[in-house]
Design a binder for this molecule. Sequence first.
Ligand code: HEC
Length: 95
Amino acid sequence: MKLLKKISKASASIIAGLIICIVIVITGCKASQAVAAKSGAQLWAENCQRCHNTPSPSSFSHDQWETIGLHMQSRALITDDERNKIVTFLKQSSN
Ligand code: HEC
């Protein structure tokens, strides 16, 4: 009986551990989905005015935005995905 109790205690803590792991994985996924769901405009507003005012999208040509995107990506420490969204937004808004 004692052994059985020990075993059930052990399995209870294993189950508790598993539940904690599952919760961590689920909340982690939610966080990255939140980043993926952000629009270019949102990413632009959040990342591109830390260091300077955001120049109007119509200030630069499409080609210039491509180059600026590459330069500013390394400054803003954003991912390729985020840069693409921001540059697409800037090009669409510059017409
Ligand atoms: C860590 C600071 C920092 C962040 C974040 C940043 N920039 Fe800049 N940005 C600069 C500095 C410094 C300059 C001026 C020097 C240069 O052009 O490299 C500049 C210049 C610019 C210019 C002018 C370029 C020109 O040729 O006149 C534009 C447009 C620009 N940034 C857009 C952006 C966009 C879009 C983002 C967001 C993706 C961004 N910046 C994020 C620091 C930053």
